[in-house]
Design a protein around this ligand. Sequence first.
Ligand code: MRU
Length: 352
Amino acid sequence: MTQALEWKGSYLRIIDQTRLPFQKVYVDLHTIQDVHHAIRSMQVRGAPVIGITAAYGLYLGVKDFPNDHISQFQDQVAAHAEYLKSARPTAVNLAWAVDSITNKLRQLQITDVEQGKRFLLEQAQALHDDDRRRCEGIAQNGVPLIPQRARILTHCNTGALATGGIGTALGIIYKAHQNGKEVVVYADETRPFLQGARLTVWELQQAGIPVTLICDNMAAWLMKQGHVDLVLVGADRITRHGYVANKIGTYNLAILAHHHKIPFYVAAPISTFDFQLEHGDDIPIEERDCEEIRNILGRCEVAPANTSCWNPAFDVTPPEFVTAIITEAGVIETPVSENIRQLKENLKLTIH
Ligand code: MRU
């Protein structure tokens, strides 16, 4: 399974996801600016993995910190945290990773800059390992929801390329396949960045799981023909009332699934929950360059040069369309909002 990133001792190596599957190009990130650029340009993408990348970025930003003034060091880390968070606004995993590490650093009250540097690297590596375990937990909890024979429609890419492990929604599919379930996947192409066509199809083909590519506008008809048993997607941010931000086009699928009485599952780690937000309208939605729509991957123009476009990268699905949210800590059934509150209490999460 091709992993999105690898720590190489003093720098971070990522696989450039803008070039996949046509070229396997690795990019080495040595500085915090490299990290910011890789996240912003989507060379590395997917909610959990941009959190991990940013965590390594915090370390890279201070690894050559020139003096031993601890308060200057702390100020530098705080400024870097804001810089990294500005790379992409919707996936809360990025802010969650950066904020939880900087909060811990502050609480440590370190007196030595070298100790601070070591701490940041250890935290990034721990987060990376932790995400691997979270993916396994999601897969374990999700597999029982998959029928012995299942035709699954998915959107965007939620696999090894998007996480530190086997993936979220795709991780469940991998595990179901390993456990002998007969799963076949329909992958939405996921315009405009084509994460479904380029990344999900590629990952599934490598794993030997049957996959059929469809254009995003074919899902309704596919469901109407009776070819979909369930929809399974990931998430970039889930509010405490169960509003789910995910790749643009997810909301369409949720409405369609509801209309056709098909289960609609969301798979995400607890790090994707934003317990501070209630409603979907509060989630910041990234808007990207129009060139991504006018041009397919910068290669082929599909509209007149100056065509006006609108390019929101995410949408928000309200909880009434979500059958269940599958996490590493358990499955949150409807009523989603009440059960998220319950789960948070059970986990004794201190975030409000
Ligand atoms: O813009 P992207 O490719 O970063 O968006 C990714 C998604 O929307 C995924 O569905 C989500 O991050 C879950 S990944 C496990």
